[in-house]
Design a protein around this ligand. Sequence first.
Ligand SMILES: *[C@@H]1O[C@H](CO)[C@@H](O)[C@H](O)[C@H]1NC(C)=O
Ligand SMILES: *[C@@H]1O[C@H](CO)[C@@H](O)[C@H](O)[C@H]1NC(C)=O
Ligand SMILES: *[C@@H]1O[C@H](CO)[C@@H](O)[C@H](O)[C@H]1NC(C)=O
Ligand SMILES: *[C@@H]1O[C@H](CO)[C@@H](O)[C@H](O)[C@H]1NC(C)=O
Length: 475
Amino acid sequence: MAPRFASVLAVALAGSHLAFAQNPDDTAEAHPKLTTYKCSKAGGCVAQDTSVVIDWNYHWFHTADWLSCTTASGAINTTLCPDEATCARNCFVQGDTNYTANGVTTSGDTLTMYQYTKNSDGAYQNASPRLYLLGSDGNYEMLQLNGKELTFTVDLSQLPCGENGALYLGEMDKTGGRSQYNQGGANYGGGYCDAQCPVQNWRNGTINTSGAGYCCNEMDILEANSKAISFTPHPCTDADCDRNGCGFNPYSQGYKSYYGPGGTVDTTKPFTVVTQFNTNDGTASGTLTSITRKYLQTGVVVASANTGGDTLTSEMCNTLDSGAAAFGGLATSGKALARGMVLTFAIWNDVTGYMNWLDTGSNGPCSTTEGDPSLIIQNNPTTHVVFSGIRWGDMGSTFSSGSGSGTTTVKVGTTLTTSKASTATASTKVTTTTKTSSTSSAVGPAQTHYGQCGGKGWTGLTACVSPYKCVVSND
Ligand SMILES: *[C@@H]1O[C@H](CO)[C@@H](O)[C@H](O)[C@H]1NC(C)=O
Ligand SMILES: *[C@@H]1O[C@H](CO)[C@@H](O)[C@H](O)[C@H]1NC(C)=O
Ligand SMILES: *[C@@H]1O[C@H](CO)[C@@H](O)[C@H](O)[C@H]1NC(C)=O
Ligand SMILES: *[C@@H]1O[C@H](CO)[C@@H](O)[C@H](O)[C@H]1NC(C)=O
């Protein structure tokens, strides 16, 4: 499962830059830096110059006259966007210059994501950010994890029933669908796809004219709150995906006190999640045969839920999920992991199903109604997730089961860096109002910013202030 957008969020114009779909200004989007680490047995963990980018749909699309390219219902205006070329000519994607306003902050190797943000009037509004890991070249960082492992620390203590703090991989296009009609690409969070084959306004960075969904391999590493946890491979063929996936959840396997507040994995404190993608021959090109999950807390590996260990094998996957085999099961997921997948972070809740599939009934201890977002915003408006120390590489290179309390030690080159997941204060009851979307009161473009600077019969200014350039788009 993955979050869905109810509507496109409009963002404030003040102080921001513009990017014309055909001439994007890459400095416009202010990507928060997030250090991650690539590890090998020989070289230890080396810090990567990475950042996060918010999904394309969180951006504002507008004409040169500052009219929205989306309609009141959140669809794309088909007069402005009847086809890819016309849409690219008429509509601009505005860079996001303030991720804090989207509920996202980073510091070093720590990423904090809030479900709600507070307005200036004190009311909370839905933010529910979704982010991708971006490399320093403006393309997505492609994680090749077949035969490798991925490790990170997470603090889920502030996520109640119904919330989902997610870290997963999707086989998106490395460039975010960058093309002649979308030169922003990954820099603007383009190209989202997943195993639910979402039908979106945009497909791979350009306008969806066919109405087709956009399917791709998805590997859910973590979908969790303080009460329930699951990891789920979702393999795809060209036509469709295993939408259910073979979810691995200790509670549904009968280990009901393993995970949760005060559990064997105690969610009142941060813990470290290790995921190992084991191949038949131990190489990065072998066939994926199983996935092993380990948890570390206070620096030591927590005993696994059952004596067989927390390993999901191909056989278990096919048993847990009758749909898996038709899509080639774990072997198909392994091929996607070998090609490379995009690391995705999200915090979301679910107005229709209250996330019951994750944490109620046989999957967790939550009631079927407490995940209602209208209760969450009342009782836990500051709900948030903290990810830190994200590292991947050779088996056994990303963690060690040493000592330490609440800290993760990461070897960076020859130096040791210690990252401590931030702790957050518990939320108190705050009366809130929901706000679904905000429309910005657009002021006319000034030539100093992004105004008309030429064209047939034009007698106005023909130059723009630095750093902007006058670019021909049409007569
Ligand atoms: C589409 O855009 C045009 C031009 O800005 C506008 O006149 C029209 O009202 C818009 N349609 C919708 C449904 O918003
Ligand atoms: C960014 O957004 C936050 C939250 O809305 C606000 O407090 C802050 O002033 C904004 N920063 C800038 C530079 O606009
Ligand atoms: C996505 O867009 C890129 C750039 O145009 C292209 O190379 C790639 O094939 C596209 N992928 C899909 C699945 O359409
Ligand atoms: C995208 O696809 C959906 C589903 O077919 C359709 O309703 C919608 O109009 C499409 N949007 C655009 C802009 O093509």
